[in-house]
Design a protein around this ligand. Structure first.
Ligand SMILES: O=C(CO)[C@H](O)[C@H](O)COP(=O)(O)O
Length: 214
């Protein structure tokens, strides 16, 4: 089975976690696009969605799903998103699609975070996928120097502007032994808006294709 089929299977299984009449938190990316297809089929059964990106909002509206602001709903019962890497503790690297900040906010505001991946993204140690860090544009060089001091190799994702008007540094050469500590450490660099490590708040449920990760 190819990766796209695995993503679609994960999205179909994730749709089983959506409760009738509820507000659904929706992530960003190609796997989430399959999930939005599934949500479209259930649009009369759900209330509305909170979206992590302009891209996902557009897809949701195209399928007749109302998109509302997180401030108007408070705590969400469910957030469904993809990831770039996932370790055995359901800790993630996210942000390949540059939506990490809104994704992390919605994950934090959700009671249950269901993450959908294909088998290639399951790793023992996070860090092979370059770690995305969203930065305030004027702080790009400062943050990059601070990351180099900490052993990382930051590369500016030139040309990418996030939905929040910020820039992305992708940090290469990491083998993340303690993801919670690294998330905390990078969060403390002035000018960092968000680190694409979801370790302090990992996923609750990980679907690898249609299989539940133990
Ligand atoms: O974090 C993300 C976007 O910021 C995505 O969830 C991540 O990049 C995975 O994307 P895809 O499902 O296209 O492989």
């Amino acid at each position: 089975m190819d990766r796209e089929q695995q993503k679609r299977l994960a999205a179909q299984r994730a749709a089983g976690y959506v409760e009738k009449g509820s507000v659904v938190g929706v992530g960003t990316g190609s796997t989430v696009a399959y999930f939005i297809d599934e949500l479209g089929k259930m649009r009369d059964e759900i209330d509305c969605a909170v979206s992590s990106s302009e891209r996902s909002s557009e897809l949701l509206r195209e399928r007749g799903i109302r998109v509302v602001d997180l401030n108007s709903v408070g705590t969400l019962p469910l957030y469904v998103d993809g990831a770039d890497e996932c370790d055995g503790h359901k800790r993630l690297i996210k942000g390949g699609g540059a939506a990490l900040t809104r994704e992390k906010i919605i994950a934090a505001a959700s009671e249950r975070f269901v993450c959908m991946i294909d088998p290639a993204k399951r790793v023992d140690v996070l860090g092979k996928f370059p770690l995305p860090v969203e930065v305030i544009p004027m702080a790009r060089s400062h943050v990059a120097r601070e990351i180099v001091k900490r052993g990382g190799q930051p590369v500016w994702r030139d040309g990418t502007v996030t939905d929040n008007g910020n820039w992305i540094l992708d940090v290469h050469n990491l083998s993340i032994v303690d993801p919670v500590a690294l998330e905390r450490e990078y969060n403390q660099i002035v000018g960092v808006v968000c680190v694409g490590l979801f370790a302090a708040r990992p996923a609750d449920i990980v679907l690898i294709g249609d299989q539940l990760m133990a």
